[in-house]
Every structure is written in C-alpha cells, then in structure tokens.
Design a protein around this ligand. Structure first.
Ligand SMILES: [Zn+2]
Length: 389
C-alpha cells in the first residue's frame, strides 16, 4: 500500500470518527447538552433538597426533541433520586404528548431504574446521526438507554438494554410510558376523547387495550376532540414497539393521562422502541403517516446499529497497523510521538475488548478517546508525510 493511500485511509478514518465529514447538505443531527443545573426543590421533592436537571436536545433539522433528566440529590434518599413526576421527561417539542415531567419509567423486578444512580450520561455522536446514552445502576441490573435521531427524522429511536447484576435474577422488566395526547384536558377543565390506535385496532377512553406485540407494532395516541384540524390541541403522538423484546402489554386509555405498560422479556436483554411527537399535525396527517410509514420505520428500527459511529467505523487492528507504519515513516518525529500513540492504541484495544462484549460505557469511552486523540493522529500523519523518504 502506498504512503499516500495509508494517509488517506487514516484521514478518512479520523474524519469519520469525529463526524466532521458528516453529510454536509445531506443533513446532520445537532445534539445540545445543556449540562447539569441545580435548583431548590419545589414540586419535585421535599423543601430544602437540591434537584439536578439536565436537558439534552436532538435536532434532526425536521424535528427537535428535548429530554430532561431530573433527580433529587439529597443524600437522605440513600442512592435514589426521586422526582415527583418522574426522572425522564420530554419538554420539547411540546409539554403534553410524551409528558415533559416524566414520560418513561423502567421497572426492574418492580422498582424504577430511572430513579437510581446514573452511571453514565453523555452525548455519543452528532453529525451524520445524533445520539446520547444513559446508564442507570439499579440494584438488580444495569439498564442502558440510547436515544438516536437520523437527519431529517421525525422520531427518536430508542434502544433499551439490561444486564442483571451478577448473582441476581431479573424476574420482570417493564416500561411505563406516559402521554397526554394533544392537550392537558383535565388540568384545563376540558373533556376530550382519547384514543389509541394500532395497526390492528382503535379503542377510545375509558378502556384498557390489551396489546398483541406481534401486531400492535405502532401505538398511535390521539384525541378526537383536540385535533389540529378543528383548531384544538397540539397534535397527536405515537410510539413504535419492536415485537422482539416484548412479551405483552396494555394501554390504559384514561380521560386525562394515557398510560402504556410494556412487559419486556427478561431473557431478551434488549428492547427497541421509537417515539413520535406529531405536534402541529392533524390527526388525519399523523394517522396517515403511520399507516404509510409505520412498517418502514419499524424495519429501520429493528435493523439499526446503535453503536456510536466512532465505534462502528473503527477497526483497531487496522488503525494499529497504519499508525505503526506512520511512526516509522515519521522517523525521529515519529519516535517522539510513539509513546503517546502506543498508549492510545493500547487503550483502544482494551476498550474494544470490553465494547465487543457489549459494554456501553467502553463504547462511549472509545468514541471519546478517538475524539481526544484527533490532534495527535493529525500530527503523526503530517510528520509522516514530511519525513517519508
Ligand atoms: Zn429529595
């Protein structure tokens, strides 16, 4: 392989890794991490306690979703972080639909993982895709959630994984999803008509819809009164539910909140969903979208590789071969950089072993290590080009 070819390979690898090459014009996803803010508890917990909140926004160019991770930091809760309405909310695009205060709980053996210590929370990629991950340390299992958008996408793809704590059995794992379709009816003293429609059935409040995971692959939540077409409400919302990880479930269609309970298969270790907020769309438009695109979006969700782009693009052995060749070509400048480069390669090798075993934190650490070493690799390449005979 020619020197030029090697350099081009490394440059393209680094570009892919840092997402710089991202599809300019072909669309990108912007990810904004607002960092942790503290406020004194009002509604969230006991007066005098300190509440941590962090907002992360995924913007596909077509739709913008903000997630809010909240929890009380007071040590009196002994490793738990309660927050009155839940720990993971979706305040954008609108406060209703997927509920801003808390739309998701993950129940492991009956207790909520999202209230437990967060072991990892970080943006894992932006550019040609946008994603972040949360890893919760529940006493019985480590629970991971990755949320991802594609450029131009109108929904957020979600991957849940769980790994039992050694010596502990996960007997049950479930998701609780809360939405207020289109309008906060009861709070505003209005009466709506909540519905949940799947590819199989459409049921209206008040009822409990028993789900058939094989057929009920999308759940479309709308309100027949609060329809944008009638000049009422914000528009509906929906979820995709990939059948693979789901044993069953039910939708409690109330006259205010609509609560969806999904019983996951403990042995599956993974479940995939997607969330849509159709704010601004009429019921007919949103329903029509799901009818036309629901199956395609489901197939995309099922096939999605949720690993960070840096990890997907990286071949550690190939990088090692290329980097060692560059060190040789860079002569004395290469020798000077060699310890740093070898340390990077060793670190990536070690992280790669853990990542291959499904360790999400190692995967994210790989992405971070590659970003941090961007400058080192560029210098090495430049010296190689200059000093190569
Ligand atoms: Zn508290």
């Amino acid at each position: 392989m020619s020197m030029r070819h090697v350099s081009v390979l490394l440059v393209s690898l680094v570009a892919a890794v840092v997402g710089r090459g991202g599809a300019q014009g072909g669309g990108t996803v912007k990810v904004t991490d607002g960092g942790t803010q503290l406020n004194d508890a009002t509604w969230e917990c006991v007066a005098g306690h300190s509440i941590a909140k962090r907002k992360i926004t995924l913007d596909s160019g077509a739709r913008r979703y903000t997630f809010q991770i909240s929890g009380c930091q007071d040590p009196s809760h002994e490793g738990k972080h309660p927050c009155a309405e839940g720990n993971l909310g979706m305040p954008e695009p609108v406060a209703d639909n997927w509920y801003w205060g808390g739309f998701l709980r993950v129940l492991v053996n009956g207790t909520d993982a999202t209230v437990c210590d967060i072991r990892d929370l970080r943006v894992t990629e932006q550019g040609s895709r946008g994603a972040f991950q949360i890893v919760w340390s529940h006493p019985d299992a480590e629970v991971g959630l990755r949320l991802l958008m594609l450029p131009g996408g109108n929904h957020v793809l979600a991957d849940f994984v769980w790994k039992p704590t050694p010596g502990v059995a996960v007997q049950s794992i479930g998701l609780q999803l809360t939405c207020y379709p289109s309008f906060f009816t009861a709070a505003r003293h209005r009466q709506g008509e909540r519905h949940c429609r799947t590819p199989r059935v459409d049921q209206a409040q008040p009822t409990t819809l028993t789900l058939d995971p094989a057929q009920d692959t999308y759940l479309y939540y709308y309100d027949a009164v609060f329809d944008v077409a009638a000049g009422e409400g914000d528009g509906p919302c929906a979820a995709l539910v990939a059948p693979a990880g789901v044993a069953g479930g039910r939708v409690l269609i109330g006259d205010y909140a609509v609560q969806t309970e999904l019983d996951l298969k403990p042995e599956a270790g993974e479940a995939r969903l997607a969330f849509y907020d159709f704010a601004g769309l009429t019921n007919a438009e949103a329903g029509g979208y799901l009818k036309e695109h629901g199956a395609g979006d489901l197939s995309e969700l099922e096939q999605m590789d949720f690993r960070p782009e840096a990890v997907r693009a990286l071949n550690v052995e190939q990088l090692r071969t290329e980097a060692l060749k560059l060190i040789a070509d860079a002569a004395e400048d290469g020798q000077a950089l060699e310890p740093q480069v070898r340390a990077l390669l060793d670190k990536l090798g070690e992280l790669n072993t853990r990542a291959t075993a499904g360790d999400w934190i190692a995967e994210a650490d790989m992405a971070t290590a590659l970003l941090d070493s961007e400058d080192l690799l560029w210098r090495l390449r430049a010296f190689a080009a200059l000093n190569s005979p």
